[in-house]
Each structure stands twice: as structure tokens, then as C-alpha cells.
Design a protein around this ligand. Sequence first.
Ligand code: HEM
Length: 136
Amino acid sequence: MSESKEFTLAEVTTHNTKKDLYMVIHDKVYDCSSFVDEHPGGEEVLLDVGGQDGSEAFEDVGHSDEAREILDGLLVGTVKRMPGDPAPKAQATSTSSSSSSSSSAGFGVGLYAVILIGGAIAYGAYNYLQSQQTSQ
Ligand code: HEM
């Protein structure tokens, strides 16, 4: 079994039965067929993410280092991303949530700053013009 083999997501999707069960975790492809019966968390959860990206499900459980070692032994290849494929799950959630929240926060603060500074300048200019007029 070599890690150099590349699978498209479409290929991985076809391995979704108990006897032929692939799973994508962090862009690597694992053949879990031999492990389904041994999984301490039960076969159901593995079958649920069979042929799909199980990164989130795997990480949510907080698997031990031992579990990660078992995972290493099941490695069969890496994911070959094709144009139009969804982005890797774990990264997609972290980058999209952080970038969208930070950019919207940045925009909000920037907008307030522009309004406040613009208002202050307008107020100053108005006062200045008023004082010019009264002094003439
Ligand atoms: C091939 C991938 C996986 C491997 C090698 C694996 C391995 C393990 C191992 C060794 C344990 C025992 C506890 C530990 O050492 O952390 C465990 C527990 C567990 N796993 Fe997985 N797991 C995999 C995928 C998943 C997925 C996708 C789920 C989906 C939710 C899942 C859910 C669970 C749950 C709920 C437990 C806790 C069981 C309990 O404590 O009663 N596992 N897994």
C-alpha cells in the first residue's frame, strides 16, 4: 500500500460499503474496511462517513494518539482535488468562519471610523465657516 496513489473524491465515494470502505481525513484516503468491526465507536459511525470526508467527525470525537496510529496503518493514498470539488472540510470551516467574521468585523469598524471622522471634519468645517462669517 503506497501513499503516493491519488484518488479523486468521486472515486472515494464509490467505496462506501462495509466490505469496501474508504474515508477521507485531512485530504488523505484511508481504507477502513478491515477496521470496521474493531472500531470501539461502532461500525455505524464509520459507515455513515464511508466514501466521504470524515475529518470533522473524526476530530469531533477527540480520538487518541492510538487511534491516529491505527489510522496511519489504514492509509492508501491522498485526495486528488479536481476543479469544482468542495474544499477540504476542516480547513473550509476554519478559514471561512474566521475570514468572514474578521472581514465583516474589519468592515464594521472601518465604516464607523469613516462616519465618525467624516462627521468630525464636517462639524469642524461648519464651525470654521460660521466663525469666519461672524468675524466679517
Ligand atoms: C478510520 C478512522 C477511525 C479510527 C482509526 C478510529 C479509531 C478509534 C479508536 C481507537 C477509538 C477508541 C478511543 C480512542 O483511542 O480514541 C475510537 C473511539 C470512537 N470513535 Fe473512532 N475511529 C475512526 C473514525 C471515527 C469516526 C469517523 C467517527 C464518527 C463519529 C468515530 C467515532 C468514535 C466514537 C464515538 C468513539 C468513542 C467510543 C466510546 O468511547 O464508546 N470514529 N475510534
